[in-house]
Design a protein around this ligand. Structure first.
Ligand code: 2RA
Length: 331
């Protein structure tokens, strides 16, 4: 199967290639697409060398599926061209996520809604994916009514420029080409993406809007504070969730053990809890620090960690492609 990866040389694109290979997705011909300056650059995939190609050359090759991670502007311009040519596009940018005609898919939750009509499919934001995977079975059983999330997001969510800034600062240098308006090493920034008129950032509003769309429940009240921290390996989230129904903590644990994509990591007596270093390079969403919110009934606190480049982006996108393949929707 011809597969295009648009943004193939970025942090997420590189992870997409890794995940496609790891999961033995049936790629017979890879079309790595990147910016004009990268065309001709060689990359290796499954022991074969491929040259980076232009967007037009990838389009002309008529791939069965194109996985995009190249920013919203490129997705808005190019995804419809691929779709019109018969390619199914899975897009990791925010361009299509809130489009009412496009599906926003986390396979463990709503892959069953996919049909042959879905030619552009949106991959949710990384911080949303790990939240809804962790909440999925709990929401079905107790119905989440209000969610308060504080995130601690890895610099890898911004990209290579941010990782370079952190490492240069860590080495005692002044960052040559900083990604952030402030120092990130030994610091935290309560600022991810741009500020909106309501005082929230776009990252925070993504969690609000995407969670409602994925759970198909506009009544869920969610408020978020998203924070950049000098970490690699994954995003962490402190989640306070109020349910419509009272819960039993032992049952919550069992439901989490049964939740697809979740790994319960919760034994505080032995200092066992989720951490980015435990999530790095893996696809599981780690959940721990389970405890009641003792200030009000029907409310649970938990700590959720996942590798934002993997389940938060690349693996979720490849899992969508796998579902499409299983459903016979990729030609
Ligand atoms: C971030 N979730 O962490 C956003 C996009 N990857 O920067």
């Amino acid at each position: 199967m011809k597969v295009a990866v648009v943004g193939a040389t970025g942090l997420v694109g590189t992870e997409m290639l890794k995940v496609l290979a790891e999961r033995n997705f049936p790629v017979t011909e890879l079309l790595p697409v990147a910016s004009a300056r990268s065309v001709g650059q060689e990359i290796e995939f499954q022991g074969k060398k491929y040259k980076v190609v232009s967007m037009d050359d990838a389009l002309a090759a008529r791939p069965a599926v194109a996985i995009f991670s190249a920013g919203g502007a490129i997705s808005l311009q190019e995804a419809p061209r691929f779709a019109a040519a018969g390619t199914v596009v899975i897009d990791n940018s925010s361009a299509w996520r809130m489009d009412p005609t496009k599906k926003l898919v986390v396979p463990e939750i709503n892959a069953h809604t996919l049909t042959a009509d879905d030619k552009i499919i949106a991959n949710p934001n990384c911080s949303t994916i790990q939240l809804v995977v962790a909440l999925n079975e709990l929401h079905k059983r107790y119905r989440a009514t209000r969610i308060v999330v504080s995130t601690y997001q890895s610099v890898t969510g911004t990209g290579k420029q941010a990782v370079d800034q952190m490492m240069q600062e860590r080495a005692g240098q002044t960052a040559g080409n900083p990604a952030y308006p402030h120092r990130i090493d030994l610091n935290v920034l309560p600022h991810i993406d741009v500020f909106q008129d309501n005082g929230y950032t776009k990252e925070e509003m993504k969690m609000v809007l995407e969670t409602k769309k994925i759970f198909r429940d506009d009544s869920i009240r969610l408020t978020a504070t998203t924070v950049r921290v000098p970490v690699i390996g994954g995003h962490s989230e402190a989640v306070n969730v109020e349910f419509a129904q009272e819960f039993d903590l032992a049952e919550v644990r069992e439901l989490l053990r049964q939740t697809e994509g979740v790994e319960l990591v919760d034994d505080v007596k032995n200092n066992v809890y989720p951490m980015p270093q435990g999530a790095h390079g893996r696809d599981a969403v780690l959940v721990g620090r389970l405890r009641r919110d003792e200030t009000q009934p029907k409310t649970l606190n938990m700590w959720v960690v996942a590798d934002n480049l993997r389940k938060g982006a690349a693996t979720n996108a490849v899992q969508i492609a796998e579902v499409l393949l299983e459903m016979g929707l990729l030609k």
